[in-house]
Design a protein around this ligand. Sequence first.
Ligand code: NAD
Ligand code: MG
Length: 390
Amino acid sequence: MRRVSILGSTGSIGQNTIDLIARAPNDYEVVALTGGLNIQKLADDACRLGAELAVTAHEDRLDDLRAALAGSGVEAAAGVRAIAEAAARPADWVMSAIVGAAGLAPGLEALKQGATLALANKETLVCAGSLVLRTAKAHGAQLLPVDSEHSAVFQALVGEDIGAVERVIITASGGAFRDWPLEELANATVEQASSHPNWDMGQRITIDSASMFNKALEVIETHEYFAVSPEQIEVLVHPESIVHAMVGFRDGAMMAHMGEPDMRHAIGYALHWPERRELPVKQLDLAKLGQLNFKAPDLTRYPALKLAWDVMDRGGLAGAVFNAAKERALDHFIARRIGFLDMADAVAAVLDRFDAADSLIDAPMTLDNVQQTDHLARQWVDDTVVERAG
Ligand code: NAD
Ligand code: MG
């Protein structure tokens, strides 16, 4: 029996992970599930899977969680610290599927106990790449990518030497506004940005796909995880979302990873790695698809994408600044305080402000420094938004 925990179990990735685990109940012992406000779903899943522990991020919902778990034998806990403690409970495999920078500290706890960390939470590597890789190494813990593009690159590199890689191409569907007239983008609404043409995901990543902030995070994630230089990373718009990534080698060969857009593939690969097992994922029918299309991204349509290279050039804590500023700008967009294109403007302004903060630029990458930087960057976004409103 493998002991598994799922951080962010009530979300889109969390539910897909539960779907795979629930199909083979004799193979897994569920240690901890964590969620947010959806107490009923968290409690139902914890009971159904016989988890040891269920944790909500919200301390004021502890009584509700206790009530929902009454008589089940599942322990209840609440709050940020309780989530980190859940991640530290001995387990063989931990899914990191919390959304946002909140996933970083629990992910580090899972690595410190030596568990294999299946990383859907891309923010972890964007905010603190070197700290995370250092922690994994120090504790002999395995870090496996779950983002579909990174799982694809990882699979294309099996048996290869990273030194033979010429470039890495990650694909992007182009999001909700791929075919919109440019001049209408500024007026795009939250509802319009929240529907994805190919993938069924949480609301925040879906909006980030429309703006390509998601792809910008993934470019940085590629740089951190695979240690390829910024110049070696490319993004291609691929509306069908069938080819998830390609690795080009020095000899001119290119390995493409293809599959139906279904996150259970990447989750299942990380769950069974280094084996490949059968998964409840549709096989590709290329004859039926007929054709696959690719084109270079138009940076006037996706100003957020270009920022990824600005962040990688800066290095250090710039990733933490970028992610926090992006998260806060997204909060303001969802609250309808700023427009769709204002998000990239606000984040670019915050990166400029970071350049003037000498003490931050040279600060070592510790969890404390990352969290303080995160806090400051959110404040800077608020300043920018207030300035514009006034
Ligand atoms: P989601 O919004 O559907 O779920 C997020 C989960 O995190 C929920 O369980 C929620 O309760 C929990 N959560 C939210 N805020 C929290 C906080 N402050 N503290 C603790 N828990 C909190 O998100 P998702 O789409 O499942 O994405 C999860 C992560 O996986 C994100 O980092 C996303 O970028 C990444 N990812 C998602 C997909 C996808 O297909 N959904 C694909 C690739 C990568
Ligand atoms: Mg992805």
